[in-house]
Every structure is written in C-alpha cells, then in structure tokens.
Design a protein. Structure first.
Length: 113
C-alpha cells in the first residue's frame, strides 16, 4: 500500500490549498480515508475523514473551511482548504484505515504572511 500526499506549500492567511492523496494497493472507496496533521511540538490530530459510504467528519476547528472528498476513478482523496489560518500550519498526512492503518509521507502546509 502506498499513499502519496502532495499539494502543500506556503500560503498567506485567508488563502486556499488543495491537498491530494493518491493511493495504490488499496481502494479509497473501500477504506476509511483520513487527513491528519501535526504541528511542531504537538501531537498528530485528526482533521477530516470520509467513510466508505461517503459520510464525512471534521475537527471542529476546520468545519466550514475544509472539505474532504474522493475520486474513486482516480483512487485519490482530496482536502480542500479555504480561509487558511496560521494555526493550520502543520505537516498533513493522509491515512487509510481498512484491515490495517497506512500512512502517507506527509506534505507541509505553512500559513504565514
């Protein structure tokens, strides 16, 4: 199983980014797919998830600003982020949960002016 996360970068407060997680060896439509993030000195935390049935869940701090979605044909999960804040700065990780847990390599998101 491989999860390749990309799309991070440096953005100003109020800006937007879209993260992508391309999966191989696992079907995103048959897994519980998640985005986690870890800021310096903090524990890794769940940001958003999407179930096999397409039900989504979000951490309270990102509700209304982040949207998780998936493209089954491309076997890819996305995290659309708008109205970004400095406190969103972190390394973002894609995670697949099925019979086991699998993690991507992480992509850095920095929100700064």
């Amino acid at each position: 199983v491989q999860l390749q996360a990309f799309g991070g970068g440096l953005v100003q407060p109020g800006g937007s980014l879209r993260l992508s997680c391309a999966a191989s060896g696992i079907s995103v439509s048959l897994s519980y797919m998640n985005w986690y993030r870890q800021a310096p000195g903090k524990q890794r935390e769940l940001v958003a998830g999407i179930t096999r049935g397409g039900i989504t869940n979000y951490q309270d701090s990102v509700k209304g600003r982040f949207t998780i979605s998936r493209d089954d044909a491309k076997n890819t999960v996305y995290l659309q982020m708008i109205s970004l804040k400095p406190e969103d700065t972190a390394v973002y990780y894609c995670c697949a949960r099925s019979t086991d847990w699998w993690w991507g390599q992480g992509t850095q998101v920095t929100v700064s002016s």
